[in-house]
Design a protein around this ligand. Sequence first.
Ligand code: PLP
Length: 417
Amino acid sequence: MNDLKTTERRYKEHISPSMARLLKFGGFYAQEVSAEGVYIYDEKGNKYLDCSGGYGIFILGHRHPEVTAAVKDQLDKMPISSHVFFNPLQAELSERLASACGGGLDYCFICNSGTEAVEGAIKIARLATGKPTIISTTNAFHGKTMGSLSVSGREMYKNGCGPLLPETIHIPFNDAEALANAIDENTAAFLCEPIQGEGGIIVPDREHFAKVRKICDDKGILFIADEVQSGMGRTGSFLALDKFGIKPDMVLLAKGLGGGVMPIGAIVATKEVWQPFFKNPTIHTSTFGGNQLACSAAIATLKIIERDGLVERAKKMGEYFSEGLRAIKAKHEDVIADVRGAGLMLGVEMKEEGYGGSIMYEMAKSHVTAVYTLNNQKVIRFEPALIVEKEQIETALEAFENAVIRTEETLVAKRKD
Ligand code: PLP
Protein backbone atom coordinates (compact mmCIF):
# COMPACT_ATOMS: atom_id res chain seq x y z
CA MET A 1 0.00 0.00 0.00
CA ASN A 2 1.42 3.42 -0.98
CA ASP A 3 1.66 5.81 1.94
CA LEU A 4 -0.11 9.18 1.85
CA LYS A 5 3.10 11.22 1.52
CA THR A 6 4.20 9.20 -1.53
CA THR A 7 0.81 9.63 -3.18
CA GLU A 8 0.82 13.36 -2.41
CA ARG A 9 4.32 13.71 -3.96
CA ARG A 10 3.21 11.77 -7.05
CA TYR A 11 0.20 14.09 -7.42
CA LYS A 12 2.52 17.10 -7.20
CA GLU A 13 5.09 15.73 -9.63
CA HIS A 14 2.93 13.78 -12.08
CA ILE A 15 -0.70 14.93 -11.88
CA SER A 16 -0.95 18.54 -10.70
CA PRO A 17 0.47 20.39 -7.70
CA SER A 18 -2.74 22.45 -7.55
CA MET A 19 -4.85 19.30 -7.40
CA ALA A 20 -2.64 18.05 -4.55
CA ARG A 21 -3.29 21.32 -2.72
CA LEU A 22 -7.03 21.22 -3.44
CA LEU A 23 -7.37 17.69 -2.05
CA LYS A 24 -5.11 18.35 0.94
CA PHE A 25 -6.92 21.48 2.08
CA GLY A 26 -10.45 20.45 1.01
CA GLY A 27 -10.77 18.56 4.26
CA PHE A 28 -9.95 14.97 3.34
CA TYR A 29 -6.21 14.60 3.75
CA ALA A 30 -6.32 10.81 3.35
CA GLN A 31 -6.30 8.12 0.65
CA GLU A 32 -9.46 6.28 -0.31
CA VAL A 33 -8.70 2.57 -0.31
CA SER A 34 -12.03 0.77 -0.11
CA ALA A 35 -15.75 1.42 -0.11
CA GLU A 36 -18.97 -0.39 0.62
CA GLY A 37 -22.58 0.76 0.63
CA VAL A 38 -22.72 4.42 1.65
CA TYR A 39 -19.25 4.37 3.23
CA ILE A 40 -15.72 5.07 2.00
CA TYR A 41 -12.70 3.90 4.03
CA ASP A 42 -9.23 5.45 4.13
CA GLU A 43 -5.89 3.70 4.63
CA LYS A 44 -6.18 3.98 8.41
CA GLY A 45 -9.58 2.31 8.40
CA ASN A 46 -11.47 5.57 9.05
CA LYS A 47 -15.03 5.46 7.77
CA TYR A 48 -16.69 8.33 5.86
CA LEU A 49 -20.40 8.66 5.12
CA ASP A 50 -20.57 9.44 1.39
CA CYS A 51 -23.15 12.16 0.77
CA SER A 52 -21.48 13.56 -2.35
CA GLY A 53 -22.02 10.19 -4.02
CA GLY A 54 -19.34 10.79 -6.64
CA TYR A 55 -21.48 13.70 -7.96
CA GLY A 56 -24.31 11.28 -8.68
CA ILE A 57 -22.49 8.07 -9.61
CA PHE A 58 -23.27 5.95 -6.58
CA ILE A 59 -27.00 5.40 -7.09
CA LEU A 60 -26.63 1.94 -5.49
CA GLY A 61 -23.87 2.94 -3.11
CA HIS A 62 -20.38 1.53 -3.49
CA ARG A 63 -19.76 -2.01 -4.75
CA HIS A 64 -23.34 -3.23 -4.78
CA PRO A 65 -22.83 -7.02 -4.47
CA GLU A 66 -25.11 -7.91 -7.39
CA VAL A 67 -23.43 -5.42 -9.72
CA THR A 68 -19.92 -6.55 -8.79
CA ALA A 69 -21.02 -10.20 -9.18
CA ALA A 70 -22.41 -9.49 -12.67
CA VAL A 71 -19.19 -7.71 -13.66
CA LYS A 72 -16.94 -10.45 -12.21
CA ASP A 73 -18.94 -13.09 -14.04
CA GLN A 74 -18.69 -11.16 -17.31
CA LEU A 75 -14.96 -10.58 -16.78
CA ASP A 76 -14.45 -14.34 -16.96
CA LYS A 77 -16.49 -14.60 -20.15
CA MET A 78 -15.83 -11.64 -22.44
CA PRO A 79 -15.13 -8.13 -21.09
CA ILE A 80 -14.73 -6.15 -24.33
CA SER A 81 -16.55 -6.47 -27.64
CA SER A 82 -14.86 -7.72 -30.81
CA HIS A 83 -17.31 -5.58 -32.82
CA VAL A 84 -17.65 -8.33 -35.44
CA PHE A 85 -20.36 -10.40 -33.75
CA PHE A 86 -23.76 -9.44 -32.31
CA ASN A 87 -23.19 -8.22 -28.73
CA PRO A 88 -26.08 -9.63 -26.65
CA LEU A 89 -25.47 -7.42 -23.62
CA GLN A 90 -25.43 -4.20 -25.63
CA ALA A 91 -28.72 -5.29 -27.21
CA GLU A 92 -30.30 -6.22 -23.85
CA LEU A 93 -29.20 -2.96 -22.24
CA SER A 94 -30.60 -0.94 -25.17
CA GLU A 95 -33.97 -2.66 -24.83
CA ARG A 96 -34.03 -2.15 -21.05
CA LEU A 97 -33.12 1.54 -21.43
CA ALA A 98 -35.84 2.06 -24.02
CA SER A 99 -38.35 0.50 -21.66
CA ALA A 100 -37.16 2.50 -18.62
CA CYS A 101 -37.18 5.82 -20.51
CA GLY A 102 -40.49 5.15 -22.36
CA GLY A 103 -42.23 7.69 -24.58
CA GLY A 104 -40.88 6.32 -27.87
CA LEU A 105 -37.24 6.73 -26.79
CA ASP A 106 -36.48 3.41 -28.47
CA TYR A 107 -32.96 3.63 -29.90
CA CYS A 108 -29.65 3.67 -28.01
CA PHE A 109 -26.02 4.47 -28.49
CA ILE A 110 -23.88 3.20 -25.62
CA CYS A 111 -20.70 5.13 -24.82
CA ASN A 112 -18.33 5.51 -21.89
CA SER A 113 -19.07 8.80 -20.12
CA GLY A 114 -21.37 11.79 -19.82
CA THR A 115 -19.38 14.08 -22.02
CA GLU A 116 -19.24 11.43 -24.75
CA ALA A 117 -23.03 11.20 -24.66
CA VAL A 118 -23.26 14.98 -25.08
CA GLU A 119 -20.76 14.97 -27.97
CA GLY A 120 -22.74 12.23 -29.71
CA ALA A 121 -26.04 14.03 -29.16
CA ILE A 122 -24.73 17.24 -30.75
CA LYS A 123 -23.61 15.27 -33.83
CA ILE A 124 -26.85 13.31 -34.10
CA ALA A 125 -28.96 16.48 -33.69
CA ARG A 126 -27.06 18.15 -36.52
CA LEU A 127 -27.24 15.05 -38.73
CA ALA A 128 -30.94 14.43 -38.04
CA THR A 129 -32.04 18.01 -38.70
CA GLY A 130 -29.43 19.13 -41.23
CA LYS A 131 -29.06 22.30 -39.13
CA PRO A 132 -26.10 23.49 -37.07
CA THR A 133 -27.26 25.56 -34.09
CA ILE A 134 -27.51 24.10 -30.58
CA ILE A 135 -29.15 26.25 -27.92
CA SER A 136 -28.21 25.51 -24.31
CA THR A 137 -28.36 27.38 -21.01
CA THR A 138 -26.09 29.65 -18.99
CA ASN A 139 -24.49 27.97 -15.99
CA ALA A 140 -25.17 24.54 -17.54
CA PHE A 141 -22.61 21.78 -17.15
CA HIS A 142 -22.38 19.23 -19.96
CA GLY A 143 -18.76 18.06 -19.66
CA LYS A 144 -15.33 19.34 -20.62
CA THR A 145 -14.47 17.92 -24.06
CA MET A 146 -14.66 20.51 -26.84
CA GLY A 147 -18.28 20.06 -27.96
CA SER A 148 -19.63 19.67 -24.43
CA LEU A 149 -17.59 22.64 -23.28
CA SER A 150 -19.05 24.72 -26.11
CA VAL A 151 -22.60 24.06 -24.91
CA SER A 152 -21.72 24.35 -21.22
CA GLY A 153 -22.46 27.68 -19.61
CA ARG A 154 -19.48 28.73 -17.54
CA GLU A 155 -16.84 30.96 -19.14
CA MET A 156 -14.12 30.07 -16.62
CA TYR A 157 -13.70 26.59 -18.15
CA LYS A 158 -13.70 27.92 -21.72
CA ASN A 159 -11.18 30.74 -21.47
CA GLY A 160 -8.17 30.05 -23.65
CA CYS A 161 -9.67 26.88 -25.21
CA GLY A 162 -11.21 28.48 -28.28
CA PRO A 163 -12.19 28.43 -30.98
CA LEU A 164 -14.99 26.27 -29.64
CA LEU A 165 -17.88 24.80 -31.65
CA PRO A 166 -19.55 27.47 -33.75
CA GLU A 167 -23.34 27.90 -33.76
CA THR A 168 -23.85 27.43 -30.03
CA ILE A 169 -26.13 29.86 -28.21
CA HIS A 170 -26.79 30.20 -24.48
CA ILE A 171 -30.06 31.40 -22.97
CA PRO A 172 -30.99 31.76 -19.28
CA PHE A 173 -32.20 28.55 -17.58
CA ASN A 174 -35.95 28.34 -16.95
CA ASP A 175 -36.76 30.97 -19.59
CA ALA A 176 -39.11 29.60 -22.26
CA GLU A 177 -39.57 33.00 -23.85
CA ALA A 178 -35.81 33.33 -24.37
CA LEU A 179 -35.86 29.91 -26.05
CA ALA A 180 -38.66 30.91 -28.41
CA ASN A 181 -36.77 34.11 -29.31
CA ALA A 182 -33.44 32.34 -29.86
CA ILE A 183 -34.73 29.76 -32.36
CA ASP A 184 -34.24 30.53 -36.06
CA GLU A 185 -34.05 28.60 -39.33
CA ASN A 186 -30.58 27.28 -38.39
CA THR A 187 -31.56 25.77 -35.04
CA ALA A 188 -31.15 22.02 -34.63
CA ALA A 189 -31.88 21.50 -30.94
CA PHE A 190 -32.32 22.78 -27.42
CA LEU A 191 -30.06 20.95 -24.94
CA CYS A 192 -30.86 21.32 -21.24
CA GLU A 193 -30.52 19.64 -17.86
CA PRO A 194 -34.02 19.21 -16.33
CA ILE A 195 -32.51 20.22 -12.99
CA GLN A 196 -29.21 22.07 -13.25
CA GLY A 197 -26.67 20.10 -11.22
CA GLU A 198 -23.33 21.89 -11.28
CA GLY A 199 -25.20 25.17 -11.80
CA GLY A 200 -26.36 24.90 -8.17
CA ILE A 201 -29.25 22.36 -8.08
CA ILE A 202 -31.65 24.70 -9.84
CA VAL A 203 -35.20 23.39 -10.22
CA PRO A 204 -37.26 25.12 -12.93
CA ASP A 205 -40.93 26.13 -12.69
CA ARG A 206 -43.45 23.27 -12.85
CA GLU A 207 -44.78 24.32 -16.28
CA HIS A 208 -41.40 25.17 -17.78
CA PHE A 209 -40.68 21.99 -19.71
CA ALA A 210 -44.25 21.69 -21.04
CA LYS A 211 -43.66 25.14 -22.57
CA VAL A 212 -40.25 24.01 -23.87
CA ARG A 213 -41.78 20.90 -25.46
CA LYS A 214 -44.47 22.97 -27.19
CA ILE A 215 -41.97 25.55 -28.48
CA CYS A 216 -39.66 22.81 -29.81
CA ASP A 217 -42.61 21.07 -31.53
CA ASP A 218 -44.05 24.29 -32.98
CA LYS A 219 -40.68 25.42 -34.30
CA GLY A 220 -39.57 21.94 -35.44
CA ILE A 221 -36.42 21.62 -33.33
CA LEU A 222 -35.24 18.74 -31.13
CA PHE A 223 -35.26 18.77 -27.36
CA ILE A 224 -32.30 16.97 -25.75
CA ALA A 225 -32.42 16.30 -22.00
CA ASP A 226 -29.05 15.91 -20.29
CA GLU A 227 -29.93 13.56 -17.43
CA VAL A 228 -26.34 12.52 -16.78
CA GLN A 229 -26.66 13.69 -13.18
CA SER A 230 -30.43 13.79 -12.64
CA GLY A 231 -31.37 10.47 -14.28
CA MET A 232 -31.57 6.86 -13.05
CA GLY A 233 -34.11 7.61 -10.32
CA ARG A 234 -32.01 10.14 -8.41
CA THR A 235 -34.74 12.78 -8.28
CA GLY A 236 -37.59 10.44 -7.35
CA SER A 237 -38.63 9.65 -10.93
CA PHE A 238 -36.58 7.55 -13.39
CA LEU A 239 -35.92 10.64 -15.50
CA ALA A 240 -36.17 14.00 -13.76
CA LEU A 241 -38.13 15.14 -16.80
CA ASP A 242 -40.88 12.59 -15.96
CA LYS A 243 -41.91 14.97 -13.17
CA PHE A 244 -42.76 17.58 -15.79
CA GLY A 245 -44.93 15.11 -17.71
CA ILE A 246 -43.13 15.38 -21.03
CA LYS A 247 -40.58 13.38 -23.03
CA PRO A 248 -37.53 14.68 -24.90
CA ASP A 249 -36.38 13.59 -28.37
CA MET A 250 -33.06 12.45 -26.92
CA VAL A 251 -32.03 11.74 -23.35
CA LEU A 252 -28.45 11.43 -22.13
CA LEU A 253 -27.48 9.16 -19.24
CA ALA A 254 -24.15 8.25 -17.59
CA LYS A 255 -22.90 8.52 -13.96
CA GLY A 256 -25.37 6.21 -12.11
CA LEU A 257 -25.95 3.99 -15.15
CA GLY A 258 -22.92 1.83 -14.29
CA GLY A 259 -24.19 1.29 -10.74
CA GLY A 260 -21.06 2.91 -9.30
CA VAL A 261 -18.98 0.00 -10.59
CA MET A 262 -18.33 0.67 -14.29
CA PRO A 263 -18.05 3.84 -16.39
CA ILE A 264 -20.77 3.96 -19.06
CA GLY A 265 -22.98 6.50 -20.84
CA ALA A 266 -25.95 6.31 -23.19
CA ILE A 267 -27.89 8.34 -25.72
CA VAL A 268 -31.51 7.20 -25.93
CA ALA A 269 -33.59 8.71 -28.75
CA THR A 270 -36.70 8.41 -30.88
CA LYS A 271 -36.84 6.63 -34.22
CA GLU A 272 -37.15 9.97 -36.07
CA VAL A 273 -33.95 11.27 -34.50
CA TRP A 274 -32.17 7.98 -35.23
CA GLN A 275 -32.52 8.22 -39.03
CA PRO A 276 -28.78 8.99 -39.54
CA PHE A 277 -28.01 5.54 -38.01
CA PHE A 278 -30.62 3.91 -40.29
CA LYS A 279 -28.77 5.33 -43.30
CA ASN A 280 -25.28 4.63 -41.99
CA PRO A 281 -24.85 2.51 -38.83
CA THR A 282 -21.21 3.55 -38.49
CA ILE A 283 -21.86 7.29 -38.68
CA HIS A 284 -20.99 7.47 -34.97
CA THR A 285 -18.96 4.76 -33.20
CA SER A 286 -16.85 4.10 -30.11
CA THR A 287 -14.30 1.29 -29.69
CA PHE A 288 -15.12 0.72 -26.04
CA GLY A 289 -18.75 1.91 -26.13
CA GLY A 290 -21.13 -0.99 -25.42
CA ASN A 291 -18.39 -3.18 -23.94
CA GLN A 292 -19.83 -6.21 -22.15
CA LEU A 293 -18.28 -5.39 -18.79
CA ALA A 294 -19.96 -1.98 -18.57
CA CYS A 295 -23.22 -3.29 -20.06
CA SER A 296 -23.38 -6.09 -17.48
CA ALA A 297 -23.09 -3.49 -14.70
CA ALA A 298 -25.79 -1.29 -16.26
CA ILE A 299 -28.20 -4.20 -16.79
CA ALA A 300 -27.77 -5.29 -13.17
CA THR A 301 -28.27 -1.68 -12.03
CA LEU A 302 -31.53 -1.25 -13.96
CA LYS A 303 -32.85 -4.56 -12.58
CA ILE A 304 -32.00 -3.57 -8.99
CA ILE A 305 -33.54 -0.09 -9.31
CA GLU A 306 -36.79 -1.65 -10.49
CA ARG A 307 -36.90 -4.64 -8.15
CA ASP A 308 -36.02 -2.65 -5.02
CA GLY A 309 -38.29 0.29 -5.80
CA LEU A 310 -35.35 2.71 -5.58
CA VAL A 311 -37.07 5.48 -7.52
CA GLU A 312 -39.82 5.65 -4.88
CA ARG A 313 -37.20 5.31 -2.17
CA ALA A 314 -35.26 8.31 -3.54
CA LYS A 315 -38.46 10.35 -3.32
CA LYS A 316 -39.23 9.28 0.25
CA MET A 317 -35.69 9.61 1.58
CA GLY A 318 -35.26 12.88 -0.31
CA GLU A 319 -38.30 14.32 1.45
CA TYR A 320 -36.91 13.24 4.82
CA PHE A 321 -33.48 14.73 4.02
CA SER A 322 -34.84 18.03 2.69
CA GLU A 323 -37.19 18.42 5.68
CA GLY A 324 -34.14 18.10 7.93
CA LEU A 325 -32.20 20.63 5.86
CA ARG A 326 -35.13 23.07 5.96
CA ALA A 327 -35.32 22.75 9.75
CA ILE A 328 -31.60 23.61 9.94
CA LYS A 329 -32.12 26.57 7.60
CA ALA A 330 -34.91 27.90 9.85
CA LYS A 331 -32.42 27.99 12.74
CA HIS A 332 -29.54 29.52 10.75
CA GLU A 333 -31.02 32.07 8.35
CA ASP A 334 -27.89 34.22 8.61
CA VAL A 335 -25.82 31.51 6.87
CA ILE A 336 -28.29 29.55 4.72
CA ALA A 337 -30.21 31.23 1.89
CA ASP A 338 -32.14 28.32 0.36
CA VAL A 339 -32.77 24.55 0.38
CA ARG A 340 -33.93 23.02 -2.90
CA GLY A 341 -33.84 20.00 -5.17
CA ALA A 342 -35.82 16.85 -5.86
CA GLY A 343 -35.50 13.36 -4.44
CA LEU A 344 -31.89 12.78 -3.44
CA MET A 345 -30.50 15.57 -5.61
CA LEU A 346 -30.45 18.30 -2.98
CA GLY A 347 -28.70 21.63 -2.71
CA VAL A 348 -28.27 24.11 0.11
CA GLU A 349 -27.40 27.63 -0.97
CA MET A 350 -25.27 29.59 1.47
CA LYS A 351 -25.55 33.34 1.82
CA GLU A 352 -21.95 33.92 0.77
CA GLU A 353 -19.50 32.21 -1.60
CA GLY A 354 -16.86 31.48 1.06
CA TYR A 355 -19.30 29.52 3.23
CA GLY A 356 -19.52 26.56 0.83
CA GLY A 357 -15.82 25.68 1.23
CA SER A 358 -16.01 26.17 4.99
CA ILE A 359 -19.04 23.85 5.30
CA MET A 360 -17.30 21.15 3.20
CA TYR A 361 -14.20 21.42 5.36
CA GLU A 362 -16.14 21.24 8.62
CA MET A 363 -18.23 18.29 7.43
CA ALA A 364 -15.05 16.45 6.52
CA LYS A 365 -14.04 16.70 10.19
CA SER A 366 -17.24 14.78 11.01
CA HIS A 367 -16.33 12.22 8.32
CA VAL A 368 -19.20 13.12 6.01
CA THR A 369 -18.54 13.95 2.35
CA ALA A 370 -20.52 16.73 0.69
CA VAL A 371 -19.27 18.95 -2.11
CA TYR A 372 -20.17 22.30 -3.58
CA THR A 373 -21.50 22.49 -7.12
CA LEU A 374 -18.87 23.24 -9.77
CA ASN A 375 -20.49 26.32 -11.31
CA ASN A 376 -21.86 27.74 -8.05
CA GLN A 377 -19.67 27.35 -5.00
CA LYS A 378 -22.31 28.84 -2.71
CA VAL A 379 -24.28 25.60 -3.06
CA ILE A 380 -23.47 22.43 -1.10
CA ARG A 381 -24.99 19.42 -2.84
CA PHE A 382 -26.16 16.22 -1.19
CA GLU A 383 -26.42 13.24 -3.54
CA PRO A 384 -26.21 10.11 -1.38
CA ALA A 385 -27.00 6.61 -2.63
CA LEU A 386 -30.68 5.80 -3.13
CA ILE A 387 -30.18 2.99 -0.59
CA VAL A 388 -29.32 5.48 2.18
CA GLU A 389 -31.06 4.81 5.51
CA LYS A 390 -32.83 7.36 7.74
CA GLU A 391 -30.16 7.03 10.47
CA GLN A 392 -27.45 7.83 7.94
CA ILE A 393 -29.38 10.90 6.80
CA GLU A 394 -29.60 11.95 10.45
CA THR A 395 -25.83 11.59 10.80
CA ALA A 396 -25.37 13.76 7.70
CA LEU A 397 -27.80 16.38 9.03
CA GLU A 398 -26.01 16.53 12.35
CA ALA A 399 -22.63 16.96 10.63
CA PHE A 400 -24.11 19.65 8.40
CA GLU A 401 -25.65 21.58 11.29
CA ASN A 402 -22.37 21.43 13.24
CA ALA A 403 -20.56 22.74 10.14
CA VAL A 404 -23.09 25.57 9.86
CA ILE A 405 -22.60 26.44 13.54
CA ARG A 406 -18.77 26.50 13.10
CA THR A 407 -19.20 28.73 10.04
CA GLU A 408 -21.52 31.03 11.98
CA GLU A 409 -18.98 31.30 14.80
CA THR A 410 -16.28 32.32 12.32
CA LEU A 411 -18.69 34.88 10.90
CA VAL A 412 -19.41 36.37 14.31
CA ALA A 413 -15.69 36.46 15.14
CA LYS A 414 -14.96 38.26 11.84
CA ARG A 415 -17.69 40.85 12.50
CA LYS A 416 -16.15 41.58 15.92
CA ASP A 417 -12.70 42.27 14.34
N1 PLP B 1 -23.75 16.37 -18.05
C1 PLP B 1 -24.03 16.63 -16.76
C2 PLP B 1 -25.39 17.16 -16.41
C3 PLP B 1 -23.09 16.43 -15.76
O1 PLP B 1 -23.39 16.68 -14.48
C4 PLP B 1 -21.82 15.91 -16.13
C5 PLP B 1 -20.79 15.69 -15.11
O2 PLP B 1 -20.85 16.17 -14.00
C6 PLP B 1 -21.56 15.66 -17.49
C7 PLP B 1 -22.55 15.89 -18.42
C8 PLP B 1 -20.23 15.12 -17.92
O3 PLP B 1 -20.10 13.80 -17.52
P1 PLP B 1 -18.67 13.11 -17.46
O4 PLP B 1 -17.92 13.72 -16.33
O5 PLP B 1 -18.98 11.63 -17.26
O6 PLP B 1 -18.02 13.35 -18.76
